[in-house]
Design a protein around this ligand. Structure first.
Ligand code: BGP
Length: 475
């Protein structure tokens, strides 16, 4: 039976600051680690850098007009720490703060619920210079200051706050999502140490959000892990992978402690973070209210012998199927592998709407929390055709199937507050510049030529408008 979405269901889409705003080191903004990382990637691979990105900083009113035209009732974006505190200290950049005041006011004037993320990979660069950023526990206090300031500033306008974006993905792809000096890049325990500092920072954010009566949710990049076969050893490997890749994060957010098996495995392999006695008390006193789910794909694992070499997740940088560079391997625990049962995108991401249904059902039973989809989408090389349009029927098919999966889960009692796919408009991909696009709105630029960043409605724009107008009944 088709489930109707509730009348107050939040329909919208997502972006993040450094991927969309531009004005990276102008208008008082300080350099962030992402500006630095993407400058290097630009030199090395030819991808665009963050200096202009989609120029949302100068187009935000036009963008919000287009969101309104699509019928958005919510918009998830992030607030760049280095735009508000360019040096990472307590000195405010008034112009940067005003940008977010204006953006939030514009959203509210259009009846669009602003859903800000406090941290989306973009640590102020001066904190890297000062104490090596997230590698140091000192960062927790600085993040706490920033979070408290922003939460107090916007407490009357914001109900739902996203705390930190995708800690699990930061652990997997740490040098891309975080600046890690070369001398540390083979010290893999630091991946989990950084994550521990982020857990402390996220708990502080939850505390400040609760103090002003808001609701807090971390955004987790979530991919359920299937076993490659029904052999018991592969089933156990999948359980291990889910423990270390997924529940290791969720248990901290929603139970206040680390998953035992995963933490002990890390300890046995000298990868566990150093934690202080009171750390888990801070977690358990600041439990999150909802989970912001970033769902793109599912994963697959099989058993792995104790003697195998440790390996970390690889990625596909070319957009040519099969160009995946490696699979995470934890000896004696699990090894990731492709799933032969699923179609993939050109970047080898498995397309699996039923996987989203599994996520909802499994996590609702385990934690009984409401969900909000804050990312879900298909990365593709969109083409602006001679009729001046972008015919992205592949994206429509992807989104349609995931909305239908959401409907089915809601029909069985799962609570979902809203659906905000990635991305509202084309933006700088974290891995592939403008070569890989996700937007409902096309931004006319290439990696080497920013042109005018003209906005063009894709076919998915018109389709999504119809979905929202029918409150999800006309898919
Ligand atoms: C998520 C990030 C986003 C986004 C998306 C797509 O992990 O939160 O910032 O970019 O993935 O990833 P990519 O751009 O690498 O295709």
């Amino acid at each position: 039976m088709k489930q109707r979405f509730p009348e107050n269901f939040l329909w919208g889409a997502s972006t993040s600051a450094y991927q969309v705003e531009g004005a990276a080191i102008t208008h008082g903004k300080g350099l962030s680690q992402q500006d630095f990382i993407n400058n290097n990637r630009s030199e090395k691979f030819g991808f665009a850098d963050t200096s202009i990105a989609s120029d949302h900083y100068h187009h935000f009113k036009e963008d919000i007009r287009l969101f309104k035209e699509m019928g958005f009732t919510s918009y998830r974006f992030s607030i760049a720490w280095s735009r508000i505190f360019p040096k990472g200290d307590h000195q405010v950049n008034e112009e940067g703060l005003q940008f977010y005041r204006d953006s939030i006011a514009e959203l509210k004037a259009n009846d669009i619920e602003p859903i800000p993320t406090l941290y989306h990979y973009d640590l102020p660069w001066p904190l890297v210079e000062k104490y090596e950023g997230w590698l140091s526990r000192e960062v927790v206090e600085d993040f706490g200051y920033f979070a408290k300031f922003v939460v107090n500033e916007f407490k009357n306008d914001v109900k739902y706050w996203i705390t930190i974006n995708e800690q699990s993905i930061i652990v997997q792809y740490w040098t891309q999502k975080c600046y890690v000096p070369e001398k540390y890049q083979n010290q893999n325990q630091l991946r989990y140490q950084i994550n521990h500092h982020m857990n402390l920072a996220q708990a502080l954010a939850v505390k400040y959000i609760h103090e002003v009566g808001g609701l807090a949710g971390p955004a987790l990049g979530y991919a359920p892990v299937y076993a490659r076969t029904c052999k018991p050893e592969d089933q156990l490997a999948a359980l291990n992978a889910n423990d270390l890749r997924n529940f290791y994060y969720l248990d901290v957010y929603f139970k206040g402690y680390y998953t035992d098996a995963a933490f002990n495995y890390l300890k046995q392999h000298q990868l566990a973070p150093e934690i202080f006695d009171d750390d888990e008390t801070l977690f358990s006193q600041n439990i999150s209210d909802f989970l912001a789910v970033n769902y793109y794909d599912s994963q697959c694992a099989h058993a792995c012998p104790e003697g195998a070499d440790h390996a970390w997740s690889g990625y596909n940088l070319t957009g040519k199927k099969g160009d995946m560079s490696g699979f995470e391997t934890h000896p004696g625990f699990y090894q990731m592998c492709p799933n032969p049962e699923l179609r993939t995108t050109d970047w080898d991401w498995a397309i699996d709407p039923i996987g989203l249904e599994i996520v909802y059902r499994d996590l609702y039973t385990r934690y009984r929390i409401p969900f909000m989809i804050t990312e879900n989408g298909l990365g593709a090389r969109d083409e602006l055709t001679s009729d001046g349009k972008v015919h992205d029927d592949y994206r429509i098919a992807y989104l349609r199937e995931h909305i239908a999966a959401t409907q089915r889960a809601m029909g069985l009692g799962v609570q979902v507050l809203g659906y905000m796919p990635w991305s509202a408009l084309d933006l700088l991909s974290t891995s592939n510049g403008y070569n890989k696009r996700y937007g409902l709105i096309y931004v006319d630029r290439t990696d080497d030529d920013p042109k005018t960043c003209q906005r063009i409605k894709k076919d998915s724009f018109n389709w999504y408008k119809k979905v929202i107008a029918s409150n999800g009944t006309d898919l």
